[in-house]
Design a protein around this ligand. Structure first.
Ligand SMILES: Nc1ncnc2c1ncn2[C@@H]1O[C@H](COP(=O)(O)OP(=O)(O)OP(=O)(O)O)[C@@H](O)[C@H]1O
Ligand SMILES: [Mg+2]
Length: 472
């Protein structure tokens, strides 16, 4: 984790996050830490801190115990769960030492008493970082001992995903560029991270940048940095993502959106393995593995002249294709149960289960938003469900009906395009198909199917009889 700062001639600083609602304390600490080997970030609340943690690769968090809304302990708990590799320290007054001891039980490394003395604080930070490094190395050794590759947070038993794992295993430690293709929500970033954390670069940074969300004129400086005065508003020298990711991995997301001018510059960086900050004349050697991703069709973009072919071949040494969830339907129940486990405790602090017909409903749905949509759906269902059990009613109406309609709409109407159609008979077929599917979904239980279709049970029984639908 911190090894980079030790052997990098002090050029890269340790990112530290200070969380305190008192602006004076934040400013003072920022100033003092800046003078040492730190890159300080600051937040006035726990919520703001979590936002920063999502965006930046923070190594250590120092938080005051008393914060508005979410207090310091809750923040530490959250970090422990979501990013256990981050080192955490709590600042507390004499009156709350007891709480600080609880914090240590929750995983904080140590606490620091107010009033803060910078020398002491610095010592505690250094000790904590050493300790955290040992823990991280240990975790790494355990991984080596129990199995070379760990993709356990990527769920997939389907053949399509097994193929992805196969390639990942082969290339994770090879240092080659990887291009990940797949629709939105198929897990491109998750896979990119897994490649990094299963490579020998794992103790250095994984830095993600979305090339599609940053305006073209700013992207160059985001990627390669700039020197003071390089352009209006460049008040200080800025380290770019490439330099920040030195010895680690950079994840260039939505690479298809990069402007042609910047594509040329990126190509040069990849060829020369050195960067030049905007406004600078000197270059700097960097050692970064590049993993890029897109949901655009790059072959098409090359044909249209919007993406450089030479850059494509640099990025696409190995390609990973993530299938849509529609193409790995068999993984839906596994993923649903995985997310259920992941969010149950967090949301309800209890085990939540899901019933079979709810799973069937998910299996029948087509998930245009892929795994992300499924994940959000489960999270929402956990919040909505009664008695800690998810049933069909906890999924949105469009999911409940869409699960049936695609099959029903396959009524052969294309052959009628020239001769016209008989609306009543087509509608009758459509209705019959919907009813059959609803019955299948509920294993022939009429009351459930009727509830699902929002009609009376007697109406359903009549329709079944009239349409001669038998269901055993
Ligand atoms: N196979 C999987 N197993 C477990 N979780 C997954 C899997 N695939 C995706 N996810 C989860 O789904 C969500 C979306 O994944 P991710 O952000 O990696 O998708 P993406 O392809 O980068 O999407 P986008 O193109 O919209 O950025 C994440 O929360 C991720 O952890
Ligand atoms: Mg993504």
């Amino acid at each position: 984790m911190m090894s980079k700062s030790d052997n990098n001639e002090g050029s890269s600083k340790i990112p530290i996050l200070i969380v305190d609602d008192e602006v004076h304390t934040r400013l003072a600490l920022t100033k003092l830490l800046e003078r040492e080997n730190f890159l300080p970030f600051s937040a006035g609340s726990g919520e703001e801190a979590l936002k920063i943690l999502k965006k930046e690769n923070i190594d250590i968090v120092i938080t005051d115990l008393k914060l508005p809304n979410m207090n310091g302990i809750d923040l530490l708990k959250n970090i422990k769960e979501t990013a256990p590799h981050i080192c955490t320290l709590l600042i507390t007054g004499h009156a709350t030492i007891k709480t600080a001891v609880t914090a240590i039980k929750e995983g904080a490394y140590d606490y620091i008493l107010k009033p803060l003395k910078f020398d002491e604080l610095k010592k505690v930070i250094d000790k904590a970082l050493d300790q955290q490094r040992l823990i991280n190395e240990n975790t790494y050794l355990k991984k080596l001992l129990y199995g070379k590759y760990d993709f356990s947070n990527i769920i997939g038993k389907s053949l399509a995903m097994q193929e992805v794992f196969n390639v990942m295993e082969k290339v994770a430690d090879q240092d080659c560029s990887i291009l990940i293709l797949g629709n939105s929500g198929t897990g491109k970033e998750l896979v990119a991270k897994a490649v990094h954390y299963n490579s020998s670069r794992r103790d250095n940074k994984f830095v993600a940048i979305n090339c599609g969300s940053i305006p073209h004129n700013l992207l160059e400086s985001e990627l390669f940095g700039h020197v003071k005065g390089a352009f209006t508003g460049a008040h200080a020298t800025k380290v770019g993502k490439f330099e920040y990711a030195d010895n680690g991995t950079i994840f260039l997301d939505e690479i298809g959106n990069m402007s042609p001018a910047l594509q040329v510059k990126l190509l040069r960086v990849l060829q020369e393995k050195e960067i030049v900050k905007v406004g600078d004349t000197k270059s700097k050697k960097i050692d970064v593995r590049v993993v890029s991703a897109t949901n655009a069709n790059l072959t098409e973009a090359i044909k249209n002249g919007t993406f450089r072919e030479d850059l494509y071949y640099r990025l696409d040494i190995v390609q990973l294709n993530l299938p849509t969830l529609e193409k790995r339907k068999g993984d839906v129940p596994l993923l649903a149960k995985y997310f259920l486990k992941k969010y149950s405790k967090k949301i309800k602090n209890k085990k939540v289960i899901i019933d079979d017909s709810a799973i069937k409903l998910l299996e029948a749905y087509d998930f245009p938003g892929n795994v992300r949509e499924l994940e959000n759906m489960i999270e929402r269902a956990i919040i909505l469900c009664d008695d800690n059990k998810i049933t069909e009613k906890d999924f949105p109406q469009n999911v409940r009906s869409k699960a049936l309609i695609p099959k029903a709409s396959r009524v052969k109407s294309d052959k009628h395009t020239t001769t016209g159609i008989d609306l009543n008979s087509e509608l009758a077929k459509f209705e019959k198909e919907l009813i059959k599917n609803a019955m299948a979904l509920h294993k022939g239980t009429k009351s459930k199917a009727a509830k699902f279709l929002n009609i009376n049970r007697t109406t359903l029984v009549e329709k079944l009889k009239r349409m001669e639908i038998s269901f055993n």
